[in-house]
Write a protein that binds this ligand. Structure first.
Ligand code: NAD
Length: 286
């Protein structure tokens, strides 16, 4: 590393808080090294009151770009000069590219989820998805899925402030894409069973299964499943949530949140460098 960094090395950053757990620096620096690209990727734990100064600083330093994570994915929109259709539909941004002083915003989270499905041999185009949740991750997934040709999305959210966002997301999808989205209450278990039985994929896009909610799941038992169903989770720590454990044991094919994380990074990498991320080299370190 000491010999790799020179006076020409360009910086790409990550701003968020908290951030020290992030796998992104490891992913991107491994990829830069594998391809011999003269960039370095650094994570910055940015306090709310410093966001403005940090973003202006990144612009002044002419960095190639940066990732944005929680809690700044929406606030960063105030600093962008141009936004991609992904940001327009999702309403938040996780990747900024600096083109000659202009900040272009993208959201690669949904692209990451869809690429992760493809990598696992799953193809939801023309099919139906049931998605649990309507926060940041869920919104990215449903918007990209709709843009990419998923035929129908049934969105379930509990009785909390995110329910209104679910309704908004469905409206945006129905007005802007060829996909048909419908919103239901998570408490409507009969409807949940029905929608899952018609779906190619059941996607948990809530934080149920991690942190304080580790060990919990939104699908109570296997009577909600059928063997050909694919079940995905946005959570990757733990690698196997209670939902994935139950559904895998029942016989469903499953995917955790790691491919989404990997491929959102690969999409950002491509935007900054124009190169494909060396996926196998990166998979080996995450
Ligand atoms: P968020 O706060 O924006 O949304 C949270 C969602 O979870 C909401 O829909 C909320 O209704 C639901 N929820 C929370 N607690 C619940 C409960 N007890 N019962 C039912 N529903 C509940 O969060 P987010 O940014 O969307 O993140 C959600 C999860 O996705 C987190 O675990 C995060 O780590 C993960 N994530 C993963 C990736 C990836 O690349 N794999 C990317 C982004 C987020």
């Amino acid at each position: 590393m000491a010999q790799r960094i020179t006076g020409h090395t360009e910086m790409i950053g990550l701003i968020a808080t908290p951030i020290r757990h992030s796998k992104s620096p490891m992913m991107h620096n491994t990829a830069f090294e594998a391809l011999g690209l003269d960039y370095v990727y650094l994570a910055f734990d940015v306090a709310q009151e410093q966001l403005d100064a940090v973003v202006k600083g990144l612009r002044a330093m002419e960095v190639r770009g940066f990732n944005v994570s929680m809690p700044y994915k929406t606030e960063i929109l105030n600093y962008l000069d141009e936004i991609d259709s992904s940001v327009k539909l999702i309403g938040s941004c996780n990747t900024v590219v600096n083109e000659s002083g202009k900040f272009y915003g993208y959201n690669t989270d949904g692209m990451g989820y869809m690429a992760g499905l493809k990598d696992n041999g799953f193809d939801p185009v023309g099919k139906k998805l049931t998605v649990l949740g309507s926060g940041g991750a869920a919104t990215a997934i449903v918007m990209q899925a709709a843009l990419d040709g998923v035929a129908e999305i049934s969105i379930f959210n509990g009785n909390d402030p995110f329910f209104a966002r679910a309704e908004h997301n469905a409206q945006v999808i129905n007005e802007n894409t060829g996909c048909k989205a419908v919103v239901y209450r998570l408490e409507d278990t009969q409807r949940l069973k029905q929608e899952i039985s018609e779906s190619y994929i059941l996607a948990n896009a809530t934080n149920v299964g991690m942190g304080a909610l580790e060990g919990q799941k939104l699908i109570p038992d296997t009577s909600y499943l059928y063997p050909e169903l694919i079940v995905t989770d946005v959570v990757y720590s733990p690698a196997e949530t209670a939902l994935l454990k139950m559904t895998k044991e029942y016989g469903c094919r499953t995917m955790n949140g790691l491919p989404m994380m990997l491929y959102q990074g690969a999409a950002a990498f491509k935007l900054w460098t124009g190169k494909d991320m060396p996926i196998d080299a990166v998979k080996a370190v995450i």
